[in-house]
Write a protein that binds this ligand. Structure first.
Ligand code: HEC
Length: 170
């Protein structure tokens, strides 16, 4: 399932568009929330208008698979390395997004729980470690970051995913 370099550019573009939409929306919303915070009707200015579920599917799961694959099969050209680095960034950014209240009331509740925040920020940190490992093209470190990330997925799922039905990362 490794990405061919011909599609790498397209994948990169999609990721960048997703990121700019997320952050564009987030910025507009927090400006709006700040502007009208005096009437107390707007959500917390740190709330992002995407759900934790959306972050999980589009960024966390999407970013983690290629990273785990790379632990046994490293990219073979610069383009593939760049794509892999972007995937690791997805995890770093997704962890940061999960640490603040998301769109649904469930998301707001979860983000208020210190354990949730801790798992989210651990994911962000581990994503950052993966970015560094990929930059130095260090397979050992990529594999270590991948293992750490599996533990974080499982730890948070065990505690917070009601329909866990098992211990797997997905
Ligand atoms: C901060 C806690 C947390 C972390 C870290 C986390 N998850 Fe999740 N994940 C959840 C929760 C909660 C749900 C259920 C979300 C919902 O549907 O509201 C979920 C759902 C999912 C789903 C199912 C989406 C669906 O369609 O139902 C997948 C796949 C998933 N996670 C993958 C991962 C992977 C892979 C990782 C690690 C790279 C990870 N998660 C890390 C909390 C987390």
């Amino acid at each position: 399932m490794w990405i061919r370099s011909s599609s790498a550019k397209a994948r990169e573009t999609v990721v960048l568009v997703v990121l700019s939409v997320l952050f564009g929306v987030g910025c507009v919303e927090s400006t709006r929330a700040r502007a009208s915070s005096s009437n107390g009707t707007q959500p917390d200015s740190s709330q992002v208008l995407v759900s934790h579920h959306e972050v999980m599917v589009s960024m966390v799961n999407h970013g983690a698979d290629p990273l785990w694959a790379a632990a046994s099969q490293l990219p073979t050209d610069d383009g593939q390395w760049r794509v892999l680095e972007r995937h690791a960034y997805q995890l770093k950014i997704a962890g940061a997004l999960l640490s603040v209240p998301g769109r649904s009331s469930k998301d707001v509740q979860r983000a208020a729980d210190p354990n949730w925040k801790r798992w989210s920020l651990q994911l962000s940190d581990a994503g950052g470690q993966a970015v560094e490992a990929i930059r130095s093209r260090d397979q050992e470190a990529i594999s270590r970051a991948g293992d750490l990330i599996v533990d974080i997925c499982q730890g948070c799922h065990m505690q917070f995913r009601s329909s866990a039905g098992g211990s797997a990362a997905r």
